[in-house]
Ligand binder design. Sequence first.
Ligand code: G4P
Length: 526
Amino acid sequence: MSILDNELKKRRTFAIISHPDAGKTTVTEKLLYLGGAINTAGTVKARKSARHATSDWMEIERQRGISVTSSVMQFDYKDHIINLLDTPGHEDFSEDTYRTLSAVDSALMIIDAARGVEDRTIKLLEVCRLRKTPVVTFINKLDRYGRAPLELLDEIESVLNIACAPVTWPIGSGQHFEGLYDFNKKAALPYAKDENQSDWIDLRDLYADPRFEKGRSDLIDEVELLEGAGNLFKTTDFLSGAVTPVFFGSALRTFGLREMLDTFINIAPRPLVRPTTTEPVEPSESSFSAFVFKVQANMDPKHRDRIAFLRICSGEYTDGMQCHNVRLKRKMKLGGAIQFMAQSREATGNAFPGDIIGIHNHGTIQIGDTFTEGDNFMFSGIPSFAPELFRRVRSLDPLRNKALLKGLKQLCEEGAAQVFNFKNRGDLVVGAIGMLQFEVVAWRLQHEYSVECVFEAVPIKVARWLESSEPSEIEKLEKHSPLNIAVDGAGKLVYLAPSAANLQVTIDRCPNVTFRATREMLGQQP
Ligand code: G4P
């Protein structure tokens, strides 16, 4: 087996998706702990007290403060190398989350056993389903009273439209949580606060064990029912994204997570084939290729450098290698890459498909960029979504207008917000998915570019990117509605409509123009 094959076999790259408070942070920390990457004592608690002392806005700062080190975490577990990609918890930053999901091969969905399927999970799972990303489910907080497990599976199946295949099953919950049953082992693990115990009890011996006194008769009925229904786990259905294997447990008590992780490393896909504008790229191809899914400003405002996060898709990264930036159509030396461990960043001399490396740059590298060893394809599937909120932006000091433009351009390249320049009005409009994005833009313009800005209401409700095989059709539209046409940060034409009704009338009037709600972040020319 070649070195590359061997490295591919070991790698698992995934993200955690969940509604806020379902336990994403706790699960992340416990996975790192199981992998030996952190000593968990006190970390969750410290994070909690920090959070309670802060407002939403402080939370963003805090997240920004730690996100460079914590947004990607690599750790080892049983001869595997796991790349865990963090996604912002707040829904206002969902674009960032969607882009991160384009860089993973699988996802772990966490559901709170008492709350079941929640809003944000529905949206995130939709994205996974569109991409056919295999999803593993962990139903959390069994140490608290939760809903009946069969009811939770029903809800996942009906609301999220994905079939469930339980791998473990809870025996009671809350005060009566007695442990987990494992369908493969055909044995039960009693609930214990000592996470290192592994005292599996055979199903036949359950009646003699007082630790399962309350839950065993329900368990036996449920096991019979589930095994009889024949919907237990099959890897092929999982890899196609049709079925999610389901695990139960308590992240807080590190109970049930080890069983999930042991199965996960065996069933989760190794680095997958990636779609491009030409042929799909196999990870085992020896020629290096990677794409950028995230750009983050470095925390030190004195040094305006940024870190571009590259997901490696094929070949091997070696320090100082010459690469082709397909968008810029020029060669660039890729060097000084950093990899992100649980608590630190480390310089790395080489990295393989599935890995995420960070490259320092001064704004040359953008989200959506593809790096190859000479090929001209670009990776596809890195989305930008039409914003839903719009504000006109203005510098309080007219002499800082140039700095405002520069700052907005750079924030836009980082994906922090979107900016639209009206062709015929001279206005600048910022578009966002959530209100907090405006706060972040204002704060960063002030602190990083010394621009105090104001946001003003603007009569725009919907944005759609324009495309047509006949350029004259778009010209006609521009002539007819000059005040609705703007150019986005990547130079693409956008129709900004004052209402959904106006958009519909315009769509009806221009049958040869496509109005897109999403745009691929590809092929952006400098
Ligand atoms: P998030 O990142 O998805 O937002 O969730 P996070 O891990 O921060 O967890 C949210 C809350 O749920 C935390 O409590 C956390 O301690 C708790 N939690 C996570 N997993 C479990 C679990 O398995 N069992 C129990 N009982 N709780 C869990 P918090 O917000 O600090 O509040 P508090 O309940 O500690 O006061």
